[in-house]
Design a binder for this molecule. Structure first.
Ligand SMILES: [Zn+2]
Length: 271
């Protein structure tokens, strides 16, 4: 059977974004806090998903802006089951070589976002400078893999909203990890927010944003950040991109009878 590439392109003004799936991620009820199993199943079904077949997504992104080519995260390199680790082949299918990447923006230092940055003991993106929030560099200082990533790449850290490239601004969204950061993407009037790990099981956590995850370093802070951002994007209609919003990870948040839900971001063909 031929497997089609999981890569899709979208645009924010003249900024070109290519979403790359790393494959389906086996996240479910056991990874959530603040909800019981019946309610978990009810909310999945409410949003047209099924508890027996539900798998979450894991997305990385290439953003081309102002002559720069920025990779946002790199997948888990097969570290979360045999179906993961597709970022390198999807990157190639989308027409990029590893050496095309001049910048890597690391949203946070969890392995599902950084695993693909290394190829055995070497940096996969040999020409890239890495950007990461200072608080994640500190938090993961004793983590062997995070240390190897930071030792392998020239890197810069930030602590507040910081311009990374033309039209790309790092947006600290603390809680999931201390330095967890998304990106504000803007070209003229066109905007988008890459919100990274604001949700891990989108149908459930959009319907009930109080629900946290076992991976949240600070569940309460992550909850506050999630609710604040959901309120904002539901009010102003800014489209979102999520690392764990099932591929292609894009949508527009609306208020719903219960919490929020994602409306489609309609596909714009390449120009
Ligand atoms: Zn994640």
């Amino acid at each position: 059977m031929i497997r089609l590439p999981d890569a899709q392109r979208l645009h924010v003004g003249d900024i070109r974004i290519t979403v790359l799936s790393d494959g389906p991620l086996p996240l479910g009820f056991e990874h959530l806090v603040g909800i019981d199993e019946d309610e978990y199943a009810r909310l999945l079904r409410l949003r047209h998903a099924h508890p027996a077949t539900w798998r979450s997504g894991l997305n990385a992104f290439v953003i081309e802006t102002g002559g720069r080519t920025i990779l946002v995260d790199a997948g888990v390199a097969g570290g979360m089951g045999p179906e993961t680790g597709r970022v390198p082949e999807n990157l190639q299918a989308a027409g990029f070589t590893p050496d095309d990447i001049d910048t890597v923006f690391v949203t946070h230092m969890h392995r599902d976002h950084t695993g693909g940055l290394m190829e055995r003991d070497a940096p996969r993106f040999a020409k890239a400078t890495l950007h990461v929030h200072e608080a994640d560099k500190t938090h993961f200082a004793e983590n062997e893999f995070a240390r190897s990533v930071l030792a392998s790449y020239p890197h810069e850290t930030f602590t507040t909203e910081t311009d990374i490239a033309p039209g790309l601004r790092a947006l600290p969204l603390p809680g999931h990890t201390p330095g967890h950061s998304g990106l504000g993407i803007q070209d003229g009037a066109a905007t988008m927010i890459l919100w990274t790990d604001i949700v891990h099981i989108a149908p459930v956590q959009l319907a009930n944003p109080e629900v946290g995850t076992t991976f949240d370093v600070d569940v309460d802070e992550a909850r506050q950040t999630r609710k604040r951002l959901l309120d904002r994007v539901a009010a102003d209609g800014t489209p979102i991109l999520g690392s764990h919003v099932p591929f292609p990870g894009a949508g527009v948040v609306e208020r719903a009878d219960e919490g929020f839900r994602l409306a489609p971001l309609y596909y714009t063909h390449d120009r």
